[in-house]
Design a protein around this ligand. Structure first.
Ligand code: ZN
Length: 130
């Protein structure tokens, strides 16, 4: 898997700062239902951009909390988040097809120091079961 390979590289030389991502998107393609989909005009959102939307807009995290969980500086989160918002706006306003893939991220195994196991508890806890 791609993220595993990237993670391996980081351990050796730390060439880049990988962003900790606790949850991968289940749906990775979005587009308008009531108009012709123009695939030539698609926008790519990275998985780390998706994660800022998930944490800040859905989970109600502050940018500080989001930065801590993703193990990056707050200014970095600010940049990622504003890019992500711009892409969501394009989807909503212009009906642009949006794909989520790629990015400088490593998938959290639930034991990352930055996340403190929040996502692991969530997955195994109240999570999906009712
Ligand atoms: Zn996590």
């Amino acid at each position: 898997m791609l993220f595993a390979a990237k993670w391996g590289k980081q351990v050796m030389s730390r060439p880049r700062k990988w962003r900790n991502v606790c949850s991968l998107p289940e749906i990775i393609r979005f587009g308008p239902l009531d108009s012709q989909i123009n695939n030539n005009n698609s926008v790519n959102m990275t998985v780390d951009e998706y994660e800022t939307i998930r944490l800040i807009d859905l989970e109600g995290y502050t940018q500080e909390e989001c930065a801590r969980q993703m193990d990056v500086a707050r200014t970095t989160v600010q940049g990622i988040y504003s890019e992500a918002r711009k892409k969501v706006a394009q989807l909503l306003v212009k009906g642009t097809v949006l794909k989520i893939e790629g990015g400088d991220y490593k998938l959290c195994d639930g034991f990352a120091k930055s996340c403190g196991g929040v996502c692991r508890r969530h997955r195994h806890g109240r999570g999906n079961r009712r």
